[in-house]
Design a protein around this ligand. Sequence first.
Ligand code: GLN
Length: 282
Amino acid sequence: MFRHYMEKKVSELMAQVPDVADHEALRLLLLAVDEGASWPVGDPDVTAEVAGRFEGYVERRRGGEPLQYIEETVQFGPLELHIDSRALIPRPETERLWELAVDLVKGLDEPTIIDVGTGSGNLALAMKWIRPDSIVIGCDLSCDALDLARENAARLGLAVDFLIGDLLDPLPTSLRGEVDLIVSNPPYVARSEYEGLAAEVREHEPMEALVADTDGLGILNRIAVGAADWLRPGAAIICEIGETQGLACLDLFSGYSPRIEEDLTGRDRFVVGSAPMASDVH
Ligand code: GLN
């Protein structure tokens, strides 16, 4: 009798949360049910414990916390990554960056790849996953983000080194002129645009992973300048950029014969270039 009183039906729980999108509410319920249990089929009773956990998750979602932070999981390309507020949530457009980057090291044996501003480690780890022969280093200024990236590397069994420091500064000097590919999804949101981002992003994701200077181009500029010391002649560089920054980035990366690539929604999203061949340098 008491037990029956404590239980709730899935349909009852769903009816309690008309303000949360069904597909999200179902994911939160699945998260609450988890711990080895299988997804409830039909409209079964769930225990008070599950209902309590579900209500806690719904409260967080109502407070605007991104679903991925609540689930502590995000899919990035082939990888399921752990994610929390220590790092930016990897976005689908950055999966496209990964695909383009994979092409840039096709045909190279044991390429050395650097991910600048690695955050959760998503790009660095996905590169290592698809190119196990590569040497991959991820750099970030945030200690918290690097802890998360290292946890992801350990869980996935991927041998990527994560170094703390500003942009390319933490790299060992032995890599000068030796790097085959630099990838980066740096902060590129202009300060003036930050207020226009969704509250969900502003209130929960690390601002330092998003905003760069007044026009959003400051860090891209520093990467363009700094990369020249590290790339071998002919090596590639690819960075994610804001959709209005294409022209400006062609200028910033003019030393790398740059081109702009679009994301899947047809917006300018990546600047891709290559370091001059030794013979091009006069
Ligand atoms: N595209 C991201 C956003 O608007 C920004 C990512 C970044 O600054 N690297 O949320």
